[in-house]
Design a binder for this molecule. Structure first.
Ligand SMILES: Nc1ncnc2c1ncn2[C@@H]1O[C@H](COP(=O)(O)OP(=O)(O)OP(=O)(O)O)[C@@H](O)[C@H]1O
Length: 309
């Protein structure tokens, strides 16, 4: 019996650009058939990690493997098995959609059914128009068609939903679902939680180049449902209240915007927070409590405990 190699593995990877640490001590394994969401705010290091996975940049330390192959040692073999939707590529205005797909096939050394692929992303009727006349969303769909050339075993998608309208995002989800059904692994980088939640099995969260979470979407949801946000509207400057709230156990963030204060805490600390508000000398005009969403769970992991004013 052979044990399947991970589709993608970062093994203790560091990457710096001059003084900037883009990725630090990144260790992460994505198994074949998984749909992995790679989340993080702007500048967290997602694109750098993707460039490392594709062998576009060399790690300063550690190694990256695709299906067990070191991407720096065997870049060609690796790229043949990978389909990439890069961030920030708009295509070539003078070429048609079909020519883009044919170009992608030629550079990969494979045949491509351009009509089928363009149909899959909803561009069949526009296949022979020049990309100059494509909208942002159409360009993004075209990039997805190019990524699908050669039926890649690993699809690496960097912010694939950029510029897509709701129909486009639904189509993207459908295409990803079909690829996974055919046995592909998907590595999906995004700062858009809704997308990730809808599509992925597992999520890695990157913050300042470091992986701060690696868990299933279900676990992330559970940790979100164990949490709450208390929003307070004060009738006066809230500083004494904020000081008091910041000292409470179980309070994770206190955000202040004028006379609005938003406290994020574990659900079992809500009553303590409410008591502290009642005991504070600051007049209160209103309080609302919400249990937190996946989005808050994400933000907590990516911003940590802090006061934002
Ligand atoms: N070629 C480069 N030269 C210098 N610094 C770079 C380079 N590429 C990335 N960086 C820096 O590395 C850090 C990580 O950037 P990266 O683009 O990987 O983040 P990201 O998570 O993809 O962000 P975004 O969501 O904005 O695309 C940033 O501080 C960025 O300025």
């Amino acid at each position: 019996m052979t044990v399947a190699e991970p589709a993608l593995a970062f093994r203790g990877v560091d990457k710096r650009y001059g003084e900037t640490v883009a990725v630090e001590e990144l260790s992460l394994v994505v198994d074949p058939g998984e749909t992995f969401g790679f989340l993080g705010p702007n500048g967290a290091g997602k694109t750098t990690a993707i460039h490392l996975a594709l062998g576009f940049v060399r790690p300063d330390r550690g190694r990256v493997e695709v299906f067990g192959h070191d991407v720096m040692a065997t870049p060609r073999q690796v790229r043949r098995r990978v389909g990439v939707l890069p961030e920030g590529f708009d295509g070539y205005d003078r070429l048609t959609g079909r020519e883009h797909v044919e170009f992608a096939a030629a550079s990969k050394g494979v045949e491509a059914e351009s009509s089928t692929l363009l149909d899959r992303v909803g561009l069949r009727g526009d296949a022979d128009r020049r990309v100059a006349s494509y909208s942002k969303g159409m360009r993004q769909r075209l990039l997805l068609a190019m990524a699908l050339v050669g039926e890649p075993e690993l699809l690496v998608l960097d912010e694939p939903a950029t510029g897509l309208d709701p129909a486009g995002t639904a189509r993207l989800r459908e295409v990803i679902g079909a690829a996974v059904e055919d046995g592909a692994t998907v590595f999906f980088s995004s700062h858009d939680l809704t997308q990730v939640e809808a599509v992925c099995d597992r999520v890695g969260i990157l913050r300042d180049g470091r992986l701060v979470a690696d868990e299933t979407v279900e676990t992330l949801r559970d940790s979100a449902s164990a949490r709450a946000v208390v929003d307070i509207r004060t009738g006066d400057a809230p500083t004494p209240l904020v000081d008091r709230l910041c000292r409470l156990d179980g309070v994770e963030t206190v955000d202040v915007d004028g006379r609005s204060v938003s406290v994020s805490c574990s659900r079992d600390r809500i009553s303590t927070v409410i008591d502290a508000i009642g005991e504070s000398p600051v007049p209160i005009e209103g309080i609302t409590t919400e249990t937190s969403s996946l989005e808050e769970a994400f933000l907590d992991r990516t911003t940590g405990t802090e006061v934002v004013e």
